[in-house]
Design a protein around this ligand. Structure first.
Ligand code: NAD
Length: 357
C-alpha cells in the first residue's frame, strides 16, 4: 500500500466546511487505489492568530515542508480585518508560497455543460467548450522586482521593475509544457514582447524550451490580444503560460468565464511536484457555518493534488467524473442554483460526490 503525508490547513470560515467534505472524498478515492493519505491538521490564518498571535505559526510551515503536499481551505474574515498588514490572516498564504518555494500557479477554468447559464458569455461562445489552464509564474517579475520612490527632474515619482532570469522563465515554461502534455498539447505563451525587453527574453526562452516538447503546438500572444481572445473565443486555449502580473489578471478574467467562484480550484507547485492546493474562493464569512458553501472547488483542488503531486491521474479523473455526474443529475448548491435544479447544502454535495466515487 502506498502512503502519502498531507498537511491539511482548513483555515477559517467556509474553508473548514469545504475541507471536511474534500477529505472524505480523498480518503474514499485513495482506498480504491490502495493508497493511504495520512492527514495532519494544521492552523494558519485567523484561527492561528487567535491561537498564538501569528497567522503562520512556525510549526505549520515546518510540518508543511515535511509533507508530500499541502491542502488548504481558505483564510481570513471580518474578525481580523482591522489588524495591520503583516499580522493579517492572508499573510499566511504569502508565507506558505514563499516558504515552500512554490513558483508556479495553476488555475483551471472549465465550463461544465450543466452550468453554462452561469457564464456571463453568450451561449454561441460557450457552446464551443471552455477548458483552460492558466500557468502563472508566481515568485518573480514586477511583484518582486526593485521598487521605490524617487524624484525625477524635481517631480515625485514611483517605480516597479519587471525582471526575469533565464532560469526563472525556463522552470515555469517546463511546468507549462509538462501540463500541456497531460492535456490537449497546445500552449499559448502570453507576453508583451512588442514593448518589454523582459517579454522578449521570455519569448526566446519559451521557444528554446518548446524544442524539448515537439508534440506541443505553441503560439505567442501579446497580453492585450490575449485578454480580448479570452472573451471572444476562449475555446482556442488549452494552456496559457504567462508571467506573474499578466497571469494575475488573466487568471481572474478566465475564471469569470465559468461564472461561479465555488467551482474554481488551484494549485501552486515547484519542480519536484510538491504543491499546495486550494480553492480560488476565500472564507466567505457571509455564509460560513450555514451549510451553504459549495465544496466542489475544494473537491476539484483535491483532484489536482492527486494529479500533480501524488501521480494518481486516474483517481483525479474519478473525482472529476463524480462532479460531472452529480451536476448532470441536477444537484446544486445555492451559488450555482438555477430554476428546476435540486438545491442542496455543503454536506449533501459532499455525500453525493462520495457516493459516485
Ligand atoms: P470570498 O471568495 O470569500 O467570497 C466572495 C463571495 O462569493 C461571497 O458572497 C461568498 O459567499 C461567495 N462564495 C465564495 N466561495 C463560495 C463557495 N464555495 N460557495 C458558495 N459561495 C461562495 O471573497 P471575499 O468576500 O472577498 O473575502 C472573504 C474573506 O476571505 C476575506 O477575509 C478575504 O481576505 C479572504 N480571502 C481568502 C482567500 C484565500 O484564503 N485564498 C482568497 C480570497 C479571499
Amino acid at each position: 500500500m502506498k502512503e502519502f503525508k498531507i498537511a491539511v490547513i482548513p483555515g477559517d470560515g467556509i474553508g473548514v466546511e469545504v475541507t471536511e467534505q474534500a477529505l472524505k472524498v480523498l480518503e474514499k478515492v485513495c482506498k480504491k487505489y490502495d493508497t493511504k493519505l495520512n492527514f495532519t491538521e494544521l492552523k494558519a490564518g485567523g484561527c492561528a492568530i487567535d491561537d498564538c498571535g501569528n497567522p503562520l505559526p512556525v510549526e505549520t510551515l515546518e510540518k508543511c515542508k515535511k509533507s508530500d503536499a499541502v491542502f488548504l481551505g481558505a483564510v481570513g474574515g471580518p474578525k481580523w480585518d482591522d489588524l495591520p498588514g503583516k499580522q493579517r490572516p492572508e499573510q499566511a498564504l504569502l508565507g506558505l508560497r514563499g516558504g515552500l518555494g512554490l513558483y508556479a500557479n495553476l488555475r483551471p477554468t472549465k465550463v461544465f455543460d450543466e452550468l453554462k447559464s452561469a457564464s456571463p458569455l453568450k451561449d454561441s461562445i460557450i457552446d464551443k467548450g471552455v477548458d483552460i489552464l492558466v500557468v502563472r509564474e508566481l515568485t518573480g517579475g514586477i511583484y518582486f522586482g526593485e521598487k521605490g520612490r524617487k524624484e525625477v527632474d524635481g517631480i515625485y515619482a514611483a517605480y516597479d521593475t519587471e525582471l526575469y532570469t533565464v532560469d526563472e522563465i525556463k522552470r515555469i515554461a517546463h511546468c507549462g509544457f509538462k501540463a500541456a502534455m497531460k492535456r490537449r498539447k497546445k500552449l499559448t505563451s502570453v507576453d508583451k514582447a512588442n514593448i518589454l525587453e523582459s517579454s522578449r527574453l521570455w519569448r526566446e526562452v519559451v521557444e528554446e524550451v518548446a524544442k524539448e516538447y515537439p508534440e506541443v503546438e505553441v503560439n505567442h500572444l501579446y497580453v492585450d490580444n490575449a485578454s480580448m481572445q479570452l472573451v471572444r473565443n476562449p475555446s482556442q486555449f488549452d494552456i496559457i503560460l504567462t508571467s506573474n502580473m499578466f497571469g494575475d489578471i488573466l487568471s481572474d478574467e478566465a475564471s469569470m468565464i465559468s461564472g461561479s467562484i465555488g467551482m474554481l480550484a488551484s494549485a501552486s507547485l515547484r519542480e519536484d511536484n510538491f504543491g499546495m492546493y486550494e480553492p480560488v474562493h476565500g472564507s466567505a464569512p457571509d455564509i460560513a457555518g450555514m451549510n451553504l458553501a459549495n465544496p466542489l472547488a475544494q473537491i476539484l483542488s483535491a483532484a489536482m493534488m492527486l494529479e500533480y503531486s501524488l501521480g494518481m491521474s486516474e483517481a483525479a479523473r474519478d473525482i472529476e467524473n463524480a462532479v460531472d455526474v452529480v451536476l448532470k443529475e441536477g444537484y446544486r448548491t445555492g451559488d450555482i442554483y438555477s430554476e428546476g435544479a435540486k438545491k442542496i447544502g455543503t454536506k449533501e454535495m459532499g455525500e453525493l460526490i462520495l457516493s459516485n466515487i
